[in-house]
Ligand binder design. Structure first.
Ligand code: CA
Length: 324
């Protein structure tokens, strides 16, 4: 299609210049030509065929979370004054989706949104233009979780206990709120909680707030950790004190670990003495367990040894036999 638009200043409209065009190979040009009596400039526009085009922008862009509203916008070129649209999802027309924007919250993974624009520009040829979105990655929402670890394993009333939140889907900047008996502990908003102020039967919990982008819910509650403070004023063994140790690394009776055997918050000393009454090994609370070696790490010979367990100015004594 070829057309010419010529505009003339009204006061000089009877003083037309003549423009001859033999051939051109460009879509449009502008000619400024001054008439010979110094009147206002005359602009002549020569236009050729205009090819319509359209692109799509999406907000938010892929990837998205399942159920998110995504608005697609058509960006026309040479669409004319009133282009019309038809949007499609996976190649199927969406009924009523004929505006410059299209919003959906029901896209499935890898959906492709396309638009067909019909230009009403009189120079447009062809009239239709198409565009397609990138495949929309649709993520399934996750559910954050939180659980609590704590050390030491046995909580003692006057000892410091460190609680640690173990989380999944916590995001890049999670926040925490530690609670004791369901009440927020002021200022305890980090991934660990250190305290020596617990009493028997207190329940410690933590609430996680995740900032991950695609979640069913941002909050997760831990199960409670019940504080049990062991009886500490007597020798409270978990079973009998062993009288035989077989330190041959077969996994059976290879060690004696008072930290595991003794339910107590008190410091203790376990002394191992040989038949001549000489100290050959000693374990204190939190120390290395007895594995049939002496203080210098040397294997003790088979035989009967004497032990003395000292807690809170009380003593318990007996025999341990080493069999290899
Ligand atoms: Ca053994």
């Amino acid at each position: 299609m070829l057309f010419i638009i010529a505009r003339y200043n009204a006061s000089t409209s009877n003083k037309k210049s003549v423009l001859f065009i033999d051939a051109f190979d460009i879509d449009s040009l502008f000619i400024h030509q001054r008439s010979n009596d110094n009147s206002a400039p005359v602009t002549v526009q020569v236009g050729g065929t205009l090819i319509p085009a359209v692109t799509i922008t999406a907000a938010p862009n892929t990837p998205i979370c399942l159920g998110t509203n995504v608005t697609f916008t058509a960006n026309p070129t040479n669409g004319g004054t009133n282009p019309t649209y038809q949007w499609q999802v996976n190649g199927v027309d969406v009924v009523g989706a004929t505006n410059v924007t299209f919003t959906s919250n029901s896209l499935t993974n890898n959906a492709i949104v396309t638009v067909t624009m019909t230009s009403n520009n009189p120079c447009a040829n062809p009239l239709l233009a198409n565009a397609a979105s990138d495949p929309i990655v649709v993520q399934d929402p996750s559910t954050p979780t939180v659980s609590i670890n704590f050390t030491p394993a046995s909580i003692c009333s006057d000892n410091t206990t460190i609680f640690t939140a173990n989380t999944t889907h916590e995001g890049t900047a999670p926040t925490y709120q530690w609670q004791v008996n369901g009440t927020n502990v002021a200022g305890e908003t980090h991934s660990t909680y250190t305290t020596n102020a617990l009493t028997e039967n207190d329940i410690v919990t933590v609430v996680l707030t995740s900032n991950e982008s695609c979640l069913t819910t941002p909050n997760a509650n831990s199960t409670g950790v019940s504080v049990t403070i062991p009886s500490i004023n007597n020798f409270d063994f978990k079973g009998d004190f062993p009288n035989v140790i077989t330190p041959n690394n077969d996994g059976v009776n290879d060690i004696i670990d008072l930290d595991q055997l003794l339910s107590s918050c008190l410091e203790y000393r376990l002394l191992i003495l040989n038949r001549w009454g000489n100290l050959v090994y000693e374990q204190q609370k939190g120390g290395k367990p007895f594995v049939g070696k002496d203080i210098n790490g040397k294997d003790l010979i088979e035989g009967v040894y004497f032990y003395k367990l000292i807690i809170n100015q009380s003593e318990r004594v007996g025999f341990i036999t080493i069999i290899r």
